[in-house]
Design a protein around this ligand. Structure first.
Ligand SMILES: [Cu+2]
Length: 162
């Protein structure tokens, strides 16, 4: 009898929990300006950059990343060690409420490791971030040699449309 009671209680509680997560804090993490650097063909790894925007009221923690073109993606930052710039893997990345966190060349980035083939300009790469809350946020990243070259391309496209 007690077990039956428990089962009914759980069944009635679980849907409520699911709804609370749906409208929860993590749907407010947005990815902007995602791009992947096109390196010469044959290189096994490259880097991806993006801006994370937390539009919520609580901190969002990114625990891992993935990309559809790479075996794995790591979060890296660049630190100066004895005058040399070294890449260092980050276990997590926290975005404070209201914060815009820019991952850009020379600083924090996503490292795409074990590429099947190097993406080329014009390709799109899907990047996904796995959050501490078990949610995942994904975005399509443009591929180019630099952010400037991508902006120039987009500008040309816009002019062409007119
Ligand atoms: Cu790196």
């Amino acid at each position: 009898m007690i077990r039956t009671g428990m089962a009914i209680l759980l069944a009635s509680v679980m849907p409520l929990t699911a709804v609370a997560q749906e409208s929860g804090q993590d749907t407010v993490l947005e990815i902007e300006n995602a791009w992947v650097r096109a390196l010469p063909p044959g290189q096994p790894n490259t880097a991806a950059y993006l801006t994370l925007v937390n539009r919520g009221e609580v901190a969002v923690v990114v625990e891992s990343a993935s990309a559809d073109v790479a075996d794995k993606a790591e979060m890296h930052t660049v630190r100066s060690v004895d005058g040399l710039m070294r890449m260092e893997q980050l276990q997590s990345l926290e975005v404070a409420p209201g914060e815009r966190l820019e991952l850009a060349p020379g600083g924090t980035h996503l490292m795409l490791l074990g590429l099947e083939t190097m993406p080329v300009s014009g390709d799109e790469v899907q990047l996904c971030l796995q959050l501490a809350s078990q949610r995942e946020v994904c975005a399509l990243a443009d591929v180019g040699k630099s952010r400037d070259s991508l902006d120039a391309q987009n500008h040309q496209h816009n002019q062409h449309d007119h």
